[in-house]
Design a protein around this ligand. Structure first.
Ligand code: ADP
Length: 401
């Protein structure tokens, strides 16, 4: 037995990946979506193999009433299109769980008590934890005999100091309602910082790093000797950088002001800041590719959205340089970080006095691999490191089974 199935479940969809842990190769990946709608949709892809056969993708449209039915659709896809789960019997199932609160700081074998705890943390992540739990329940029905492991998005940031995770509010309120910074994308920050250390061929324990995870959601972290010491997301994933649809940082009084002055309800403000802000709110496009192409055409809203995105990002880099004192590596990752050379160049422009020099040629070279984009005379090594959250979840799952 050598395969691990990774499940990342949302309220109306889940993504999965089957990974062979002997080689760490992905054997299949898929998405089951529109669960509960009149018409569901499932996509299953078996990647190109070494023998030269191309990616094989199959799609189906059919009603998928709930997650349990979704797992049956996934099992059918494995049976019909491979790889056979009989030939790759599962060692374990690893689940991405968004919020682990203060309680979960490492990969955790899922027991009934753990499920109660995940449920109980739903107050902190009402959109995510209940959906993660639905995926866990359905996966346990489908694969009853194997261990299921929860890997928490918050876990890696449990090493933040009280000075960094505490908000300056009434301590009793903070305590009672568990209001503090938790941080997210931890699996990615951990994976990327380890890959970066391997890339520069130095012990992780010796390195001070800034990791910039810029996807649709975006977060920065400061990592000293492999431990997260600062991160930009907070109680929820709303704090910090400008994102595809989230505002990131703003004066907290804006919420009160919008409620009083514009008569907006709490739900409306929540939707405004989480789903209609960021690049989308400012420019009408949440995808950085569109923002860049519109900017090139002179669209002023897109230009401003890009400028605000960069201004915020650079501010975090400066903040984390000060927190760390010395920075060895800055690593860009996720959809924007891995692909958008103009974002990388702009975010680190003008920082030569701090020992940061980007090579234009390296930064604009097309590649999918981990690579250095700083020039040889840069004191700080700047890298692009493709993230792989599924592989990291699989590794952490394996570490306890
Ligand atoms: P998620 O947070 O959903 O996992 P990803 O890490 O896959 O997101 O990042 C998705 C985002 O990456 C897209 O919304 C888009 O803004 C950005 N992106 C992807 N490819 C490119 C590209 N070639 N240039 C600029 N941005 C890109």
């Amino acid at each position: 037995m050598s395969a691990v199935l990774i499940v990342n479940s949302g309220s109306s969809s889940f993504k999965y990946q089957l990974i062979d842990m002997r080689t760490e190769q992905m054997l299949a990946t898929g998405l089951v979506e529109r669960i509960g709608d009149s018409s569901g949709h499932a996509v299953h892809t078996v990647p190109a193999d070494a023998a030269g056969s191309p990616d094989a993708t199959t799609e189906r449209d059919l009603p998928i009433p709930d997650h349990t039915a979704g797992f049956r659709v996934m099992l059918d896809a494995f049976a019909e299109n491979g790889p056979s789960l009989e030939q790759h019997p599962l060692l374990a199932v690893g689940h991405r769980v968004v919020h682990g609160g203060k309680r979960f700081f490492e990969p955790t074998l899922i027991t009934d008590l753990v499920k109660i705890n995940i449920e109980e943390l739903a107050g902190l992540a009402p959109l995510h934890n209940p959906a993660n739990l639905q995926g866990i329940e359905a996966a346990q029905e489908a694969f009853g005999d194997v261990p299921h492991v929860a890997v928490f998005d918050t876990a890696f940031h449990q090493t933040l100091s009280p000075a960094s995770y505490s908000y300056a509010i009434d301590a009793k309120v903070a305590q009672k309602y568990r209001v503090r910074k938790y941080g997210f994308h931890g699996t990615s920050h951990k994976f990327v910082s380890e890959q970066a250390a391997a890339f520069v061929d130095r012990p992780l324990a010796e390195l001070n790093q800034i990791v910039l995870h810029l996807g649709n959601g975006a977060s920065a972290s400061a990592i000293a000797g492999g431990r997260s010491v600062e991160t930009s997301m907070g109680l929820t994933p709303l704090e910090g950088l400008v994102m595809g649809t989230r505002s990131g940082d703003l004066d907290p009084a804006v919420l009160v002001y919008l409620h009083r002055r514009a008569g907006m309800s709490v739900d409306e403000i929540d939707a405004l800041l989480n789903r209609k802000s960021g690049l989308l709110g400012m420019s009408g496009a949440n995808d950085m590719r569109d923002v860049l192409s519109r900017s090139a055409e002179g669209d002023e809203n897109a230009i401003l959205a890009f400028d605000v995105y960069i201004h915020r990002l650079k501010g975090y880099v400066g903040n984390y340089m000060a927190q760390l004192g010395r920075v060895d590596v800055i690593a860009f990752t996720a959809g924007v970080g891995e692909n958008a050379a103009p974002v990388r160049a702009a975010a680190l422009a003008g920082l030569e006095a701090f020992g940061i020099r980007i090579s234009d040629e390296r930064n604009t070279a097309k590649s999918r691999d981990a690579r250095r984009i700083s020039s040889d005379d840069s004191d700080v090594t700047v890298l692009v490191i493709p993230t792989n959250e599924e592989l990291e979840i699989a590794r952490q799952t394996m570490s306890i089974v």
